[in-house]
Write a protein that binds this ligand. Structure first.
Ligand code: AMP
Ligand code: ZN
Length: 452
């Protein structure tokens, strides 16, 4: 079976045929760097990473771009609140994002373009859109995309514009809005005082870009006018990706993206995890609860990326324990170098992943392999390492850990505190162990310590 991917545009599973035979251009909408990302955001990036890993595993040369949104309504608002320059403020959160990315074993993209470095490209595209009649300048000097000039508007998010005629007549200056306020959207926002010192003097006047034009400019500049796959979470479908299509296709006259892929939400008690609802966890919050970043990664693999998934701390802890068991099973295999990948297992693995990245089944196969006594330990090891190129649990880098004496001492002290039922002290010691880069887990066989 060939690779089939779900395309939001057609709402169907489609055979994946790249534009160029052996290479894939992949664009992932990256973080808006105004705060620490929450683990819902990481569902989107781990999904993109799994897709990219599988494409590479299948022999494609993947060119992956992930943008950094370092200018939008939220970055301006919060940098002002903190009294920092936009650059200083966004650089801090960009670096925090990179740290989390590494802890989650997400392969770095080939490039992380920052929106503020692409203002010239954005201005060039906006001017062309005005010239072609797709955009117009409003009375305050802002530039808007006229959605009625783009007949395909609404095709990605499956909105019927004719039903919205009245709504669709207005103008929307905010970067984010709901489907029921479909309107002409801002490409360029004329300066107003709330922007403080964030503005560019350009041929479009003094102002700053709208959010949507940023991804169009960074995608076209880095990957060309047509790309294979664009990913993001489902909340990006409208208005962000719908608007990207209108701008990009209005500008080039060519199909912008062949396959649009979107991951479903991570929920908390049935509601989307989000900053605005305040129901979010960061990666640090999970670590404080004794759940490792790769335990979270494994937990995500147990659901398909297109299913709504409710966060449940107990099942997350279970996934973290499962990861430890996976490591133990792997470490118990001799470090023979003469093992070969078991082809029957590999065929099944590829078949599951070809089915729109069916990670739950692919993961179940690993447990089946671990239990299979007909496969030699050396071949088992080779097969697990092979699959791990896609899962990204870091098996190839697993070594017997040497725990520093300082950490071991704290673990013993914590054990004593626990025996004395001094839970407050036990928590303090756990936090100290965490700050040294280690985590401690309480198992049936006592405390186990490992690197975070
Ligand atoms: P943002 O920084 O808000 O632009 O979001 C970055 C990425 O995270 C986007 O692809 C969003 O669609 C995605 N995202 C945000 N919240 C969630 C969530 N609760 N579950 C899954 N993906 C999410
Ligand atoms: Zn984007």
């Amino acid at each position: 079976m060939s690779l089939k991917l779900h395309n939001t545009y057609t709402k169907n599973l489609e055979e994946f045929i790249p534009i160029k035979k052996d290479s894939v251009s992949l664009y992932t909408c990256g973080p808006t760097v105004y705060d620490y990302p929450h683990i819902g955001n990481y569902r989107a990036y781990i999904f993109g990473d799994t897709l990219k890993r599988f494409l590479s595993y299948q022999g494609y040369q993947v060119n992956h771009i992930m943008n950094i949104t370092d200018i939008d309504d939220k970055t301006i608002r919060d940098s002002q609140k903190k009294g920092q320059s936009l650059r200083e403020f966004t650089e801090f959160y960009t670096n925090e994002f990179y740290k989390d990315r590494d802890m989650l074993n997400i392969i770095p993209a080939d490039c992380y373009p920052k929106a503020t470095d692409y203002i010239d490209e954005m201005v060039k595209i906006i001017e062309k859109l005005i010239e072609k009649g797709h955009a117009y300048v409003s009375t305050d000097g802002s530039v808007y995309f006229n959605i009625t000039t783009f007949p395909d508007y609404g095709k990605l998010s499956h909105i019927d514009l004719s039903e919205l005629k009245d709504n669709a007549k207005g103008r929307m200056k905010s970067d984010e809005y709901e489907k029921d306020s479909v309107q002409d959207f801002a490409l360029w926002k004329a300066y107003d005082e709330s922007d403080g010192d964030v503005f560019w003097e350009t041929s479009l006047g003094k102002g700053r870009p709208g959010w949507h034009i940023e991804c169009t400019a960074m995608s076209i500049k880095n990957l060309g006018e047509q790309i294979d796959i664009h990913t993001g979470g489902v909340d990006n479908i409208f208005p962000h990706h719908e608007n990207e299509i209108a701008q990009s296709e209005g500008y080039t006259g060519k199909q912008f993206v062949k396959y649009w892929m979107h991951n479903e939400w991570l929920l908390v008690n049935g509601k989307k995890m989000s900053k605005s609802l305040g129901n979010f966890y960061t990666l640090r919050d999970l670590i404080d609860k004794g759940i490792s970043p790769l335990g979270y990664r494994l937990w995500l693999m147990t659901s398909h990326y297109r299913t709504l998934t409710n966060l449940n701390i107990e099942t997350l802890q279970g996934a973290d324990t499962a990861l430890s068991r996976l490591y133990e099973a792997f470490k118990a295999l001799p470090e023979a170098t003469d093992g070969t990948v078991d082809m029957d297992y590999k065929v099944r693995f590829v078949e599951y992943m070809n089915d729109d990245l069916n990670t739950p089944q692919a993961l179940a196969l690993v447990w089946e392999l671990i239990k299979d006594t007909t496969i030699s330990p050396a071949n088992k090891r080779a097969t697990m390492i092979d699959f791990d190129q896609v899962f990204g649990f870091g098996l190839a880098d697993l070594k017997e850990e040497v725990i520093p004496e300082e950490v071991t001492k704290l673990v013993v002290e914590r054990e004593n505190a626990r025996q004395n039922k001094d839970w407050a002290m036990s928590d303090i010691l756990r936090a100290k162990i965490n700050t040294l880069g280690y985590e401690v887990k309480d198992t049936g066989e006592g405390s186990k310590v490992s690197k975070i």
